[in-house]
Ligand binder design. Structure first.
Ligand code: MG
Length: 157
């Protein structure tokens, strides 16, 4: 078995959609980035790449490559899942945390878990999603950014 961890943070700006786990949240600000800036999916991709020893998301999907401009991060996640299977690993579980002062994540949790579980090819009970504010502290607390952390456990097939 192997463990992996991932972290990502993106800036909140006007004029962008807010996408977390490929679900669009109803909020006046969105995350800035080259792709859809789905901070949650990015942290999960990094955790999976870490667990299988394949570096990080920036090495595989560089933001200088027009292929990944505005692409859904689930496309990246699906490709990471393929890499995981190609290297002979399967996912046991993942534990995901969104750090956001606003908006509330709870109304979207079930849909986010379902979309991620479907892309990972696992049952929904293997995808846990937590949400936390930072109690008003730091850039997340000032509602300037949203961050996400992911932990995964994989095993050899
Ligand atoms: Mg990112």
């Amino acid at each position: 078995m192997r463990v992996g961890s991932g972290y990502d943070i993106h800036r909140l700006v006007p004029g962008r959609k807010l996408i977390l786990g490929s679900v669009e949240l109803d909020y006046p600000l969105g995350l800035l980035g080259h792709s859809d800036a789905d901070v949650l999916t990015h942290s999960l991709c990094d955790a999976l790449l870490g667990a299988i020893g394949l570096g990080d998301i920036g090495e595989h999907y560089p933001d200088t490559d027009p292929t990944w401009k505005d692409v859904s991060s689930l496309v990246l996640l699906a490709d990471v899942v393929k890499k995981m299977k190609d290297t002979g690993f399967e996912l046991i579980n993942c534990d995901l945390t969104v750090l956001a002062q606003r908006p509330k994540i709870s109304p979207y949790k079930a849909e986010i878990r379902e979309k991620i579980a479907r892309t990972l090819g696992v049952s929904i009970d293997r995808v846990n999603l937590k949400a936390s504010t930072t109690e008003g502290l730091g850039c997340v607390g000032r509602e300037e950014a949203i961050a996400a952390m992911s932990t995964v456990l994989v095993k050899r097939c």
